[in-house]
Design a protein around this ligand. Structure first.
Ligand code: ADP
Length: 471
């Protein structure tokens, strides 16, 4: 291994599931952008394999070289996976971070296991680290990891990026073990958020619950620790999606021809209760009910791949969505027109992009969402001269950037229905003007800008500029 110099550091990325990232190694995605950065520094990607085994505690990490980067994974025991992943992370933190305290379930055993598994991550990672590493830790599963690493003598610079929202301080303060989480966040050199509202919520939480204070710039301090809390909105590989959309569009229509003047509204989301799918379907139903001129002239294509199906609340949301789809189709459909086309499965990226291009409206209505990349992908896939219209929830992180979308409150069904009518009837000149502004914004704040600016934020100290991407 060549010796690294001060300004030529090795990047280490840690995420809950490396296997997820490997599976998603599809073009244009976040995993690819991080993979490229890792390859450039001959870096290391570390996480849970996604597998469980009885003797996991005594098995060393599995280390392999995958196209120029090192991938290291550990297995968990069933009890660990249940407590850390299915339990505290997905049953408690995920809903609470999305403002669903009503769904947040936790017991002390699960939260204890969550902290212990973070300790296990640290035990396994420490021997793999090198002196000049910088470490990027991802998401709510791994909040305590920097604290665990520091406790084992790690002096590397460590950044944490939260992909979900950081909720208002009153909500975060209601999470069981919140103070341990809050104090653990303070250990990072940098904590990155998707939006200014997430960052401001965190700052207010530090002041209110950790007896901390805000310093100059984005710095906050509490309990003897100081961290930089800053905003890094995740973007997409805009040119990848545009090029793919152009290529795909040339192949023609995908959906059965419903007649020249039938317009398509597209929704693409994991079937998660945060995505506002029942609210969206009800808004579409109200559109058909109160704007009868659209009957027979519009269809909603909803693609909703399964997610976390083992948890009962996900089975409930699926039943609810499927009941609404059936109701709308039964109520309004006829032999020649089906109002809602619904698919409960994943779809190849090129097909998604072709659907985006061919749809007149992109409908994105999460009740809360860290960013929402589908909103950006929809914009990137539009034809510049005749673009579609994005109808977007104010509570998606993306709304802070995508101000020229038709922004709606997804809880307000009437407002969403009105916005749908506005989108379906919007003159081309206005569509074009809005699209141009949106396009500029997603192009400026793209995936690479996000990745590089976040890495720079924690890698660079005043005296040691880093060079992870030698030209
Ligand atoms: P989340 O991370 O909560 O799932 P995002 O909108 O930020 O939400 O990202 C979802 C990603 O998954 C997007 O890149 C989108 O294109 C992709 N995706 C969503 N639904 C499907 C599907 N049915 N098939 C394939 N990819 C999908």
């Amino acid at each position: 291994m060549p010796e690294k110099t001060e300004n030529n550091r090795r990047l280490v990325v840690v995420s809950n599931r490396v296997a997820d990232f490997k599976a998603k190694f599809q073009t244009g995605g976040l995993a690819v952008a991080l993979g490229d950065a890792l390859k450039a520094s001959k870096g290391l990607w570390f996480g849970w394999s996604g597998d469980t085994r009885d003797d996991a505690l005594s098995v060393p990490p599995h280390v392999e070289n995958i196209s120029g980067l090192t991938v290291a994974t550990i297995d968990l025991t069933d009890k660990e996976a249940e407590g850390y992943y299915y339990g505290y992370a997905n049953r408690c933190l995920w809903p609470a971070l999305h403002y669903r305290l009503d769904l947040a379930q936790s017991n002390e055993e699960q939260s204890e296991i969550y902290f212990q598994v973070n300790g296990r991550f640290a035990d396994a990672l420490m021997p793999l680290l090198q002196p000049n590493d910088i470490i990027w830790i991802n998401d709510y599963h791994l909040i305590p990891l920097a604290e665990e690493l520091r406790g084992r003598g790690c002096t590397a610079r460590i950044g944490f990026f939260l992909h979900t929202p950081f909720p208002s301080p009153e909500i975060f303060a209601a999470i069981p073990s919140q103070k341990r989480l809050g104090n653990a966040l303070m250990v990072y050199d940098v904590v990155g958020f998707q939006t200014t509202s997430d960052r401001d919520n965190f700052r207010r939480y530090v002041t209110a619950s950790l007896d901390g204070e805000q310093l100059q710039g984005d710095r906050v301090t509490a309990q003897g620790e100081t961290t930089l809390a800053s905003v890094f909105p995740v973007g997409i590989d805009v040119n990848h999606f545009k090029t793919l959309a152009d290529e795909e569009d040339a192949k023609g229509a995908l959906l059965p021809d419903a007649g020249e003047d039938v317009k398509t509204i597209i929704g693409v989301d994991r079937l998660d209760y945060t995505k506002g799918l029942p609210e969206r379907l009800r808004a579409f139903e109200v559109l058909l009910e109160q704007y009868p001129e659209h009957r027979g002239k519009v269809r909603l294509v909803q693609i909703a791949p399964p997610t976390r199906e083992g948890l009962p609340v996900y089975q409930e949301i699926r039943e609810n969505v499927e009941r609404l789809v059936g109701r709308i189709n039964g109520r309004f459909g006829d032999l020649s027109w089906q109002p809602v086309i619904y698919m409960h499965r994943g779809v190849p990226q090129n097909i998604l992009v072709r659907l985006f291009r061919r749809s007149h409206v992109g409908l994105v209505t999460p009740l809360h969402d860290g960013m929402n990349l589908v909103a950006k992908e929809y914009i990137a896939a539009q034809a510049a001269q005749d673009p579609g219209v994005l109808v977007l929830s104010r509570f998606a992180g993306a709304a802070e950037q995508l101000r020229e979308a038709l922004l709606i409150n997804p809880h307000d069904i009437q407002e969403t229905a009105r916005a749908l009518d506005g989108a379906l009837t919007m003159p081309r000149q206005e569509r074009w003007a809005r699209h141009n502004r949106l396009w500029q914004r997603i192009e400026t704040y793209d995936l690479f800008n996000w990745r590089d600016s976040f890495i720079q934020s924690f890698a660079e100290s005043d005296t040691n500029p880093v060079n992870l991407f030698p030209k």
